[in-house]
Design a binder for this molecule. Structure first.
Ligand code: BTN
Length: 323
């Protein structure tokens, strides 16, 4: 979207429904009243309801329920995350786009879409991405060794959990990074890494959140184990304000990751985990490990105490809670 349009929306939003004259908007932006009127017409076409009163000005009555970048950027309290947002109505997968553009765009760039028709899940699974959800990818360039990727995955799950808890739901993390409410999945995270000579070039952090999606539209095989924020709260959430809060939480965790010992993230992660202390079955590409989940190492690996009292460190795998 054109910068002037975004700025007009910001001005109208900050006046909280009170009219602002074309003259005032024009002088703030250094454009004529006629130009302001031209932009207002375009903004209305995007779904914003604006009341125009001659001699009084323009008042914003409502904003569309879309994830338009200018809506997300208005009042966003981050310094890096979401400064650049690429918005799509429909894509195959935001992770694919983010990967393609990662070299050309700065760290913190977001690719977001209303729907995905080939959404990708972990381990090659399909990720259903209907309207009403929140499907986005973040480009990160942490310049750390490849083995740090698992840590970034963990901190992302923590940030999502925190943002959901801020809405008042009891969100918890199932290792490595599924976010659950009452044991049902509400968010999945797919981290894809591009590394050269063991050093990360960029990480694509793909986050899928069942925000206002209808749970009965999911495939039969998974329906039972899925929930949405709308279903849990009994009403749709304001996706834009949730995303702003999530970006803030994510950036805070990322700063912590870069500036502090990882153990501070680990202890917070454990406090919101649904996995630690439970009996688990973890499937890795080479084996199946059964036992009790007892902790997370400073590498970001899951520690499982197996029946014969051996402690196993698992860096990646699919985890099932057995009880
Ligand atoms: C999982 O299987 O739990 C991970 C799901 C990740 C889905 C998100 S939605 C945004 C991004 N784009 C994708 O294609 N996948 C991720």
């Amino acid at each position: 979207m054109n910068g002037n349009k975004a700025e007009i929306i910001r001005i109208l939003k900050s006046s909280e429904g009170k009219p602002v004259s074309g003259q005032e908007i024009g002088s703030k932006l250094g454009i004529t009243r006629a130009m302001v009127w031209k932009y207002i017409k375009e903004i209305k076409k995007d779904g914003y309801e604006i009341q125009s009163s001659p001699k009084v000005g323009y008042a914003l009555k409502s904003s569309p329920d879309m994830l338009y970048p200018e809506q997300i950027k208005a009042g966003l309290e981050t310094s890096m995350l979401g400064k650049e947002i690429l918005y799509y109505d429909e894509v195959e997968s935001t992770n694919i786009i983010a990967k393609e553009i990662a070299d050309k765009y700065p760290e913190g760039t977001i690719v977001i879409a209303e729907t995905q028709d080939k959404g990708r899940g972990r381990m090659g699974s399909e990720w259903q991405s209907m309207p009403g959800g929140i499907w986005f990818s973040v480009i990160l360039k942490p310049s750390v060794p490849l083995e740090y990727a698992a840590k970034i995955t963990l901190l992302a799950g923590l940030a999502v959990t925190r943002a959901m808890q801020n809405l008042g739901v009891d969100a918890r993390i199932k290792w490595p990074n599924d976010v659950l409410i009452r044991g049902k999945k509400v968010c999945g995270i797919l981290t894809e890494v591009d590394a050269e000579v063991e050093k990360i070039e960029h990480i694509i952090l793909g986050i899928g959140i069942n925000a206002n999606v209808k749970t009965n539209e999911f495939r039969d095989e998974i329906k039972e184990n899925i929930t949405s924020l709308e279903a849990e709260l009994g009403k749709p959430i304001d996706r834009v304000s949730f995303i702003k809060d999530l970006f803030f939480e994510l950036e805070q965790q990322y700063i912590k990751f870069k500036t502090q010992q990882f153990s501070s993230i680990v202890s917070e992660w454990i406090s919101v985990s649904d996995t630690i202390g439970r009996k688990v079955t973890v499937t890795t590409p080479t084996r199946i490990i059964e036992g009790k989940a007892v902790g997370i190492t400073d590498r970001g690996a899951l520690l499982v105490q197996s029946k014969n009292n051996v402690r196993e460190e698992i860096i990646a795998g699919r985890c099932r809670h057995s009880e």
